[in-house]
Design a protein. Structure first.
Length: 256
């Protein structure tokens, strides 16, 4: 059966509300084993019947190429299971945007839609790219759609960590971690939601692996420029820092 609650992930949070960031909680991650090269974990969180899931795998691509896959909303339908539509509603800058996802759901349930904010932090010295996502109140661009159920993405993270090139092939390598805790709402039993979401990390990582291997997938050039040191000496890029940098660059250009 399809995983009916697949969500994106891009791209993608500061402290929004009281829900914990999955990477910062003290709760234990339970190892569920490896399948198709993906190690999957689950985490029980106090006060919730929903379970968080995590997946880890090594992908043969560098961070700029992976960032391009994660930020290309129209093409997410090529690799995200059950995704019917994905689009960017608002983009403040490369590191801060609002996304919309419509997920197909098998009968007898209704399709789901999610509206979430995605924020990115890049650490050049550590060689990491971290996207954190969480639902927001529906912006005016995305009122609730008739016939769809508006789900809640309580917390989701995609973490990329650069690795040395593969010793045998010389190909770039990146350790990719994906985490999700989502509530599709509606009348679906929580045990069934957990059952379906358990497969989300594996399907997501395998989808990313397939997508980065396509010949027409390039690099996210702004991410590459930052990693190459072209945005100044500061090794940490956040949405706020990037906005300030772009503002200063615009002012400088206008003076020149």
């Amino acid at each position: 059966m399809k995983n009916i609650w697949i969500l994106a992930v891009l791209v993608v949070n500061p402290a929004w509300g009281s829900l914990p960031d999955l990477r910062e909680t003290s709760q234990t991650w339970i190892d569920l084993g490896v399948e198709d090269g993906v190690r999957v974990f689950r985490q029980d969180l106090p006060g919730s019947r929903l379970v968080a899931f995590r997946g880890e795998a090594v992908v043969a691509a560098d961070i700029p190429r992976l960032a391009q896959v994660l930020s290309d909303s129209p093409r997410k339908v090529e690799w995200m299971a059950a995704l019917a539509e994905a689009r960017t509603l608002h983009k403040s800058n490369l590191l801060d945007r609002i996304e919309y996802n419509h997920t197909s759901v098998p009968w007898p349930f209704q399709d789901r839609e999610f509206v979430f904010r995605a924020r990115i932090e890049i650490d050049r010295e550590a060689g990491t790219f971290t996207a954190k996502m969480r639902s927001i109140e529906s912006p005016t661009e995305a009122p609730e759609t008739s016939g769809l159920v508006r789900g809640v993405l309580e917390s989701s993270t995609i973490h990329l960590r650069s690795l040395p090139p593969d010793a045998a092939t010389g190909q770039p390598a990146t350790h990719v971690t994906v985490e999700i805790r989502a509530d599709p709402k509606g009348n679906v039993p929580k045990w069934l939601v957990n059952l379906f979401q358990r497969d989300w990390p594996r399907k997501t990582l395998l989808g990313i692996q397939r997508q980065v291997a396509k010949a027409d997938v390039g690099e996210e050039l702004e991410v590459k420029a930052f990693l190459d040191g072209k945005y100044g000496a500061d090794p940490i890029a956040t949405p706020e820092k990037l906005a300030k940098y772009l503002e200063n660059a615009t002012r400088k250009a206008s003076r020149d």
